[in-house]
Design a protein around this ligand. Structure first.
Ligand code: ARG
Length: 588
């Protein structure tokens, strides 16, 4: 469907033409004086010079052409030459009916859907997820869902950190604790055990201990580097042990990401492209791009217009070992071959922006991808504590994601129990859903690139621009619909009707902006725009709800129309929440 503003502008453009002016002048925008009108057009002002006429004269002539318009109920030319506009209730109702009948509520599908890969999450194997990972997860998940809803083919890939030094550290850490394991016996030729020799909690102790030790003990560090190298070169014992580390860790990661409604299509990692590296290196050498500098293999990525330092992209270290760069570049090559994406979107901490600039330039320069593949970096800011510094636990440590979710859940549970008595089990379940919505919403409603302050008290409030407020609004809608059905009403075959008061019309105009908003959020990779839309919709609904008798309405036909509007509002809001990966409970 055409966007509402396009349709209104079409009508206005015809009027400009009919009055003898060029139609481009008839662009309509949302009013910036909602107390005076709903929409406005400033074309008469823009055309005054060209037509050597006072703007108010042009505005008057255009207004005259619009008398009897089916789109505008009011067209007022005001000094010095603005056109103030109001829509007819019938035009608005027809537009909304069209939306309600369309599976995507009037959002047009692209003629040529894009193939998009979203690289997000970025968890590191054997390390627990911490607060820093929440942003990578929820922003990436919403970008994936928004692009998919907008009609593109989208693949989400977690791109695990599973191949670097941390793996050598864990291997050596395991060896210290259990030197007798067969994985460390180089002469062993039998089958390796299928059972992992550690649990996730043991694994989570092993990594930090080994990491700390490597900082204090250079011999241990050297051993870990050697183990990393041997693992990458394919030593069977290390590979077998590494598989266990990977499996145990991924099972736990799936659970944790799952609790945030985050699901990846691909669980690939840095290790998956190991075999591609020699070929990629050859390609870069053959192309004349890669050369040896101080023993390392590098590609220059500096451009003449650079104002900031742009160091060369290092492909291989002097000992031939690969780096974070290397696997990212090889992953681009692999993705190009397997999926031929139009776009790869990286959702990573914005402090890695220079790094990605290097990687992108290197990939383009060396021809891993051509100009048709867009490489986009969506860098996110830091989640800070109230002191403005990165969020920490009370004793100054890094907070685990699991604990953050648990704390939020506990806070929510208390609020729910205080606000009204509810069965304890149900309250727990509800608190879980609402807590997750609070976390996701506070993260997404802030523009991704900005830092934000995590304020548990505020984010879990039922009032203001929060997840709980939105869910509360939806739960209220569900309960009205349930009551309507209990009272013998049916939700089948309801038809949207013309608005009969201003709050009702306000809600309808808000809903009519859904398709334009969603197209824009997808185009600009901007989940916060979906958040702003849901919040405005919830406010418009609550305003309408307070001013309008719904279940108490005596005119049955009118009541049906109101219920239709309520049900449509709920559907639109739920769709918006679902692209943000937020679920609404039944009761609250
Ligand atoms: N594992 C990385 C880290 O902890 C993040 C990965 C981001 N994605 C990527 N393709 N490099 O910093």
């Amino acid at each position: 469907m055409k966007k509402l503003l396009e349709l209104i502008s079409d009508e206005m453009q015809q009027a400009f033409e009919a009055a003898g002016y060029k139609k481009e002048l008839g662009r309509v925008t949302v009013s910036n004086r909602p107390d005076l009108c709903e929409y406005q057009c400033n074309g008469a002002m823009a055309g005054a010079k060209e037509y050597k006429k006072a703007p108010i004269m042009i505005a008057n002539e255009v207004a005259e052409k619009l008398s009897g318009s089916k789109v505008f109920s009011e067209v007022t030319a005001v000094m010095p030459g603005f056109l103030n506009l109001k829509l007819t209730e019938s035009f608005l109702a027809e537009y909304l009916k069209g939306m309600a009948e369309d599976e995507k509520f009037g959002l047009e599908m692209p003629e040529n859907p894009k193939m998009i890969i979203v690289d997000y999450g970025g968890a590191n194997v054997a390390k627990p997820l911490h607060v820093g990972h929440i942003r990578a997860a929820v922003i990436g998940e919403s970008i994936k869902r928004i692009s998919r809803y907008a009609g593109h083919e989208v693949i989400g890939d977690v791109h695990l950190g599973d191949w670097g030094l941390q793996m050598g550290l864990v291997i050596c850490g395991v060896q210290e604790r259990m030197p007798e394991l067969v994985y460390f016996d180089e002469s062993y030729e039998g089958e390796y055990p299928t059972e992992a020799p550690f649990t996730i909690s043991e694994l989570e102790e092993i990594y930090p201990a080994a990491s700390a030790k490597s900082k204090a003990d250079p011999d241990f560090k050297a051993k870990a580097m050697e183990a990393t190298f041997k693992l990458q070169s394919g030593q069977p014992g290390y590979r077998a042990l590494w598989k266990h580390i990977l499996n145990v860790s991924v099972t736990d990661l799936k659970k944790n990401y799952g609790s945030l409604n985050v699901e990846f299509d691909l669980w690939k990692g840095e290790s998956d492209v190991h075999e591609l590296i020699p070929e990629m290196v050859q390609l870069m050498k053959d192309g004349g791009h890669a050369y040896i500098s101080d023993g390392a293999l590098v590609v220059d990525v500096k451009e003449e217009t650079d104002t900031k330092e742009m160091p060369p992209c290092m492909i291989l270290k002097s000992d031939g070992a690969s780096l974070y760069n290397t696997t990212d570049l090889a992953t681009i090559l692999e993705r190009k071959r397997l999926y031929n994406p139009d776009e790869i979107i990286y959702v990573v901490d914005k402090r890695q922006d220079l790094y990605f600039e290097q990687v992108f330039r290197c990939a383009k320069k060396t021809g891993l991808v051509d100009d048709k593949t867009a490489l986009k970096f969506v860098g996110f800011g830091t989640m800070n504590g109230k002191d403005g510094k990165p969020f920490k636990t009370r004793d100054g440590g890094v907070m685990r994601l699991e604990n953050l979710i648990k704390n939020t859940r506990d806070e929510m549970f208390q609020k729910i129990m205080e606000s009204r008595p509810m069965d304890e089990e149900e309250a727990k379940d509800t608190a879980g859903k609402v807590a997750v919505s609070a976390l996701i919403y506070c993260d997404l409603s802030n523009q991704a690139s900005k830092d934000y302050i995590f304020d548990l008290e505020r984010f879990t409030s039922f009032e203001g621009d929060t997840g709980p407020y939105l869910l509360y609004t939806i739960v209220r809608m569900k309960s009205i619909l349930n009551k309507y059905v209990e009272q013998g009403g049916s939700l089948e075959g309801l038809e949207l009707a013309e608005a009969q008061n201003s709050s009702e019309k306000g809600l309808m105009m808000q809903l009519a902006g859904f398709n334009a908003m969603m197209a824009n959020a997808a185009e600009e990779i901007a989940p916060h725009k979906v958040c702003a839309f849901i919040y405005d919709t919830a406010n418009a609904f609550n305003h309408f709800y307070h001013e309008t008798k719904i279940l108490g309405e005596e005119d049955e036909n009118r009541k049906k129309g109101l219920i239709a509007l309520l049900s449509f509002t709920k559907n639109v809001m739920e769709t918006c929440l679902s692209v943000l990966a937020i679920e609404a409970p039944e009761h609250m």
